[in-house]
Ligand binder design. Structure first.
Ligand code: ADP
Length: 748
């Protein structure tokens, strides 16, 4: 008898469900099929693995079509007590062996990954026991000597080591932000305080980030319990907020919040405290399972997709004696680490909190968590700290330049509060560089930007005008007249170009010899010195929500949509929205498009529709293909499609720039603005102060001199030379098209 060499792969979701799990399942399955490997889904987590039978199903390309936009997990999840027993795990091993599965992608929380590791360690013994019990033969046992495992973290709490973000946390933050924004408006109408409880037993991530993103007044998290008599401090904070005109109060509590002695702080207790001491009605809202639900955000779809793809690659490359790996994300890059260590570290934080070693707990959450906490504590105050004796007060001016980007207001609010807290005066320049040229300068107060944390648009106004010619003289005059000591320019291409022009003329205009900092805010994500710019995440979510609707509108007919998105010379929005919506194709300005390419695409579309496909989706960046514009493409596809399908175009337009900023944009805008203020504070008064671009790289904040601006951009185009996201093209291509044409037979 010939040796059995089959070695199949399976994917399961376990523990609590999380939005974005479906993207990961889809990515694992489609990547495996592209590599020619049989792949199974195990329904209902370990329970299905122990029960076997129909719970372990072979998957094909179409079985994961149309699931990207669905919340939860389409293959189900469950908790299994039987899997906690050796007997249960032996049954699970037998069920896997029957399908020749010895490689697993487990998507779950630390409990699920702990179980996976135990299963892997026991595997050789379990197999031996199955042989001893005559349940499998020796030959089969020898074909599957090891179990290989890769873990992905699906958990809304964002509570795992080894990854900056867990699958589901961003969507949960969307739900929390939407809810608190809505509560804020009703609370303001009634001058009322709300206590909002969010999920997070050991982890305050959702509570802290939710509070920052919504401008809440107070937050209680497990990692940093409040001092003794916190009740007094909380009431004082709310009262002084009222004194300066805040119309409402929002207190955010993580469900695992407790005091320094480990006694739980409940939302009911907090309500009682506030009602008794403030003598006003207080309402409690427990957000509960709403936080888990709904369509996944663009980021969670992205996260699930890239991690699912990487998990499969990792499984294919893993050696039998290699430790199981956890695939995570650091900023936008996939990272791999020891699954066992990540689980141990995660459980260590819970232990440290239990042991009331809160400093260590806060440190273990990482630098940006503690930094966010500090920023939050400053911004929420009703007054700035008094100036330190001997510190000079400086005038820092803020202006926008470039197209509108949601999050601009959030950045201004943070800069004003944090700048004033450092003892400085903050000036607004209205309407971008034209405002600086005409002298539209006024002072911003602590409360003048109240409510701006969540507001779309740009309260200061913006313009794409880049100073030239005589503008510089006018700008110099106004900088002198208003004694501007530093400039914070929050915006896109025009902001960067304008800052560079000023920097270049320092020798001609001494008043330009001040610190200048550019904060990237552009939905196009086309700026050098940063991997991401503020506004792009909101735009991406706007696109994804609208494309979901467009797709739904077409279920009854055979139709192909050509959707045009913004981005100018940069294809970021097109590629990422294509990945998040399951488009067949994303047309990018970075790649030339020939008529032959388009003919090839029509041929593929036609083959798909002939095979039963009912919906096609092509995403085109507004500049991609030059004269082959959206209308041309739509007409070509319809004409050449031979009546197999009709084609509709949808130009999304300005909805992409509209709406309130996403939680991610609000949080990053706040973080970057804080660092910009620190930068101005440090550089002001130096003989040659720096002029820089702030950015995010690998999760860290970095500064690049504006001097490098021309060197970093692609000549003739408004985009950087290096664009990290282009390396996602092969992943997008893997998900988009089935490996053989015969498979392309239903909705994506
Ligand atoms: P999460 O993965 O979200 O942390 P749980 O802790 O509930 O969720 O774990 C999900 C499932 O993983 C459990 O029902 C159980 O089947 C399995 N599991 C968890 N911990 C272990 C363990 N120590 N040993 C074996 N299986 C475990």
């Amino acid at each position: 008898m010939s040796k059995i060499k089959l070695s199949n792969i399976a994917v399961l979701t376990s523990g609590g469900d999380a939005p974005g799990m479906n993207a990961a399942i889809r990515a694992v399955i489609r990547t495996a099929l592209t590599r020619g490997i049989a792949v199974y889904a195990i329904h209902d987590g370990y329970r299905g693995m122990v029960a076997g039978g129909d719970n372990i199903m072979m998957m094909d390309w179409d079985s994961v079509g149309g699931i990207l936009q669905q919340g939860g997990t389409v293959i189900g999840t469950a908790r299994s007590d039987e899997f906690r027993t050796r007997e249960g795990r032996r049954k699970a091993a037998l069920n896997l062996i029957r399908e020749h599965i010895d490689r697993l992608v487990v998507i779950g929380g630390d409990g699920s990954l702990t179980g996976a590791n135990l299963f892997r360690q026991e595997w050789p013994d379990l197999i031996k026991e199955l042989v001893d019990q005559n349940l499998i033969d020796q030959e089969t046992a020898e074909s599957h000597p090891h179990l290989l495992i890769v873990g992905l973290v699906g958990s809304i709490d964002n509570d795992m080591f080894g990854t900056d973000m867990t699958i589901g946390a961003d969507t949960a933050l969307h739900r929390i932000t939407e809810a608190i924004d809505a509560l804020s408006s009703t609370a303001a109408s009634h001058n009322r305080t709300f206590v909002v409880e969010v999920m997070g037993r050991h982890c305050g991530y959702l509570a802290l980030m939710g509070a920052i993103a919504t401008g809440a007044d107070w937050v209680l998290i497990p990692e940093n319990p409040p001092e003794e008599n916190w009740e007094d401090e909380l009431c004082r904070a709310l009262e002084s907020g009222r004194d300066i005109g805040r119309q409402h109060g929002i207190v955010v509590i993580a469900e695992g919040a407790h005091d320094r002695n480990g006694n739980p702080i409940t939302s009911t207790y907090t309500k009682q405290v506030l009602e008794t001491r403030l003598g006003e009605e207080v309402r409690v809202t427990i957000l509960g399972h709403v936080q888990r639900g709904g369509a996944p955000s663009a980021f969670d779809r992205y996260l699930g997709t890239v991690q699912g793809y990487a998990a499969l690659e990792e499984l294919l490359n893993q050696q039998p004696d290699q430790e199981p790996q956890l695939v995570g994300i650091r900023q936008h890059g996939v990272v791999r680490s020891s699954l066992v260590e990540c689980v141990a570290q995660t459980q260590e934080v819970a232990r440290v909190i239990q042991a009331q070693d809160f400093d260590t707990a806060l440190k273990m959450r990482g630098g940006s968590f503690a930094e966010s906490y500090r920023i939050f504590r400053t911004i929420l105050r009703s007054h700035p700290n008094p100036a330190k004796p001997g510190e000079r007060q400086h005038n820092f001016a803020i202006l926008h330049a470039g197209g509108l980007a949601p999050g601009m207001n959030t950045a201004v609010r943070a800069a004003v509060r944090l700048g004033m807290d450092k003892g400085h005066r903050l000036l607004s320049i209205g309407g971008g560089f034209p405002g600086l040229i005409s002298g539209d300068v006024s002072e911003l107060g602590w409360m003048s930007i109240s409510g701006w944390v969540s507001r779309g648009g740009a309260g200061l106004g913006t313009s794409r005008h880049i100073p030239a010619g005589r503008d510089f003289y006018a700008i110099a005059k106004n900088l002198e007249a208003h004694q501007v000591d530093g400039l914070l320019i929050i915006g896109g291409w025009a902001a960067y170009q304008g800052a560079y022009e000023l920097f270049n003329r320092r020798n001609d205009f001494p008043s330009f010899n001040i610190p200048i900092i550019c904060l990237p805010a552009s939905i196009d994500n086309n700026l050098p010195g940063t991997e991401l710019s503020i506004g792009a995440d909101t735009a991406l979510n706007n696109i994804v929500t609208n494309v979901d609707k467009i797709k739904q509108s077409a279920v009854a007919s055979r139709r192909c949509f050509v959707v045009e998105v913004m981005g100018r010379d940069c294809g970021y929005l097109a590629l990422l929205s294509g990945m998040a919506t399951g488009a067949e194709k994303a047309y990018l300005p970075e790649e030339p498009i020939t008529l032959a390419d388009l003919q090839g695409d029509v041929a593929e579309l036609s083959a798909g529709f002939r095979g039963g496909k009912r919906l096609g989706l092509m995403i085109r960046n507004e500049y991609a293909g030059g004269l082959y514009d959206t209308k041309f493409m739509s007409t070509l596809f319809e004409q050449e499609g031979g009546g197999l399908f009709d084609v509709r175009q949808a130009i999304l337009g300005h909805v992409q720039q509209g709406g309130n900023p996403s939680p991610f944009d609000r949080i990053q805008a706040t973080r970057l603005a804080s660092q910009c203020i620190d930068f101005l504070h440090a550089e002001v008064g130096k003989p040659t102060p720096a002029a820089s671009m702030i950015g995010l790289k690998g999760g860290e904040i970095q500064f690049t001199s504006i001097y490098d601006f021309p060197r970093l951009i692609e000549p003739g185009f408004q985009r950087p030379k290096e664009q990290w996201w282009l390396k996602l093209c092969p992943i997008a291509a893997t998900m988009d098209q089935p490996p053989t044409k015969e498979n392309s037979s239903s909705i994506k």
